[in-house]
Design a protein around this ligand. Structure first.
Ligand code: ADP
Ligand code: MG
Length: 478
């Protein structure tokens, strides 16, 4: 039987506010345990939560960027459960009335087609604390620094049909929240993590199969591996005559498998009810318009503009707009170098290769956008051949300075003077009477030999196009 995979993601993004969603404690990552947890975060009796307006602004920004409806009124609800890292015994979240709902995210698939993934909703909630198991010898420590950190939980429709689509979606949301500057996107620190809901059904069947929920995945690689494993597992169960149980499972990256964690809880297990300590959030049109005014150029719009202004393919424009920093880098290199296509080739080619090898972000590039632009200028005015340019680029990467200085220092200037090249060709031909004879006798592949000799004599500095042209003329003419 042929099976179809169905996936919906719940992405948790930590909002980049300085203080917590309901208290004034700092949200900075990495502080000593429990130094950033105040009475509200500890859930001490008698305290009252006060909503952080910045978190509301950020959620609205996300909603506007994804075509969501912004709720004129949303409500915070208590989600009741017991866990050591949740001292109040409930998490403040949103249930029936989330702050935004019903937008979409467009993703680019490998075959170049784009696909629209629906957003069910995005709601505000508080993060829980963390249990610490290391260093406690059979006991568990609790760090409440993270308790009360604002989260925007972004819930997708079950619209994805493969692990690759889920990864493309997750990357797009990641890129978007960073463009919007509402989340730092740091996945190692847990600022951006997701739960993947996965089911399979016989292809052609309209009802969904029973799903499992894979918890707390914090890397693009893991989400792909976890889903692929889970799909295989579910198919095995079903083909073996069994039933998939609706449950929460944990992905173990070391063993590359998912394991049951607990049976799936239902909404009514949580006894949701409106939090009596918090007023409903009412947003008017003026507020929403003010937030709209703070939206930057978004990745999709930027991509379209790059395609139109620089004549780039959808693929290249997509790659260059993956982050705002990369897009800015590209535009600066293109501006200085005066050629968008050439800049795109270098940024997605040589530069991306270098950053990849060194494990560097674009912001830590050893070659600045302005310097790369300077190199492009020398390619465009024929000072450098493609090959020499790569040599100069390598020197720039190891800190040798600007392209012009390196060209000067190393005498790398390309030889474009026709007279000079003709003279070298003459020397080469004088020294190769036998090869000329063979060439004229029909061994045309010897042409490459002559080119090679000229390039060797000039240490690769002769302009290859001119060498080809002049050589052809010489060998035909005599
Ligand atoms: P819960 O609140 O229990 O987590 P929801 O119904 O809100 O459940 O759905 C959570 C996520 O699961 C959503 O992203 C949704 O798209 C996805 N989902 C729902 N049903 C399925 C299914 N049968 N297969 C895959 N994903 C599903
Ligand atoms: Mg869920």
């Amino acid at each position: 039987m042929e099976w179809e995979t169905v996936i919906g993601l719940e992405i948790h993004t930590q909002l980049a506010t300085r203080s917590k969603i309901f208290s004034g404690a700092a949200t900075r990552y990495g502080a000593a345990p429990n130094t950033q947890a105040c009475a509200v975060d500890l859930g001490l009796p008698g305290v009252l939560p006060v909503l952080n307006a910045e978190a509301v602004r950020m959620a609205v920004k996300f909603g506007l960027a994804t075509g969501c409806t912004i709720a004129p009124m949303s409500v915070f609800a208590r989600k009741n459960y017991f866990y050591p890292d949740l001292p109040k015994g409930y998490q403040i979240s949103q249930f029936e009335l989330p702050i935004v709902h019903g937008g979409h995210i467009d993703i680019l698939l490998e075959d170049g087609k784009s696909k629209r993934v629906g957003l069910t909703r995005a709601h505000l909630e508080e993060d829980a604390g963390k249990s610490l198991h290391e260093d406690f010898h059979g006991m568990t420590g609790i760090d409440l620094n993270r308790a009360g950190t604002p989260l925007l939980e972004i819930v997708s429709e079950p619209d994805m049909r493969s692990a690759a689509e889920a990864v493309a979606y997750m990357k797009k949301v990641h890129s978007l929240v960073r463009y919007l500057e509402i989340c730092d996107g740091n996945m190692q620190e847990g600022s951006f993590r997701c739960d993947a809901n996965v089911s399979v059904r016989p292809r052609g069947q309209s009802e969904f199969g029973t799903r499992t929920e894979l918890k707390n995945i914090n890397s693009f690689r893991f989400v792909e591996r976890a889903i692929n494993f889970e799909v295989e597992r579910q198919i095995d169960v079903l083909e073996g005559g069994g039933k998939v149980i609706q449950e929460t499972r944990l992905f173990d990256p070391d063993k590359n498998e998912t394991r049951p964690m607990r049976s799936k809880e239902e909404a009514n297990d949580y006894r949701y009810f409106p939090d009596p300590d918090l007023l409903p959030v009412e947003l008017d049109a003026a507020f929403i318009e003010t937030v709209r005014g703070t939206l930057p150029e978004l990745p999709d719009a930027k991509q379209q503009r790059f395609m139109a202004d620089y004549e780039l393919s959808a693929y290249d424009a997509g790659a260059l707009t993956a982050s705002r920093e990369l897009a800015d880098y590209f535009e600066e290199a293109a501006r200085v170098g005066g050629d968008g296509k050439l800049a795109a080739n270098w940024v997605t080619g040589e530069l991306a290769g270098l950053l990849n090898r060194e494990g560097l972000e674009i912001t830590a590039s050893p070659v600045s956008a302005t310097s790369l632009g300077g190199l492009l200028l020398r390619i465009r005015d024929n000072t450098l051949s493609g090959k020499l340019a790569k040599q100069v680029f390598e020197d720039m990467c190891s800190g040798a300075g600007e392209a012009d200085a390196i060209i000067e220092q190393k005498g790398l200037k390309q030889i474009t003077d026709t007279g000079a090249i003709e003279k070298i060709i003459q020397d080469v031909l004088d020294a190769s009477p036998k090869q000329i004879e063979q060439y004229r006798a029909g061994q045309e592949k010897l042409f490459g030999y002559f080119v090679g000799q000229v390039m060797k004599a000039t240490q690769g500095k002769a302009n290859p196009a001119q060498v080809n042209e002049l050589l052809k003329k010489r060998l035909a003419g005599d």
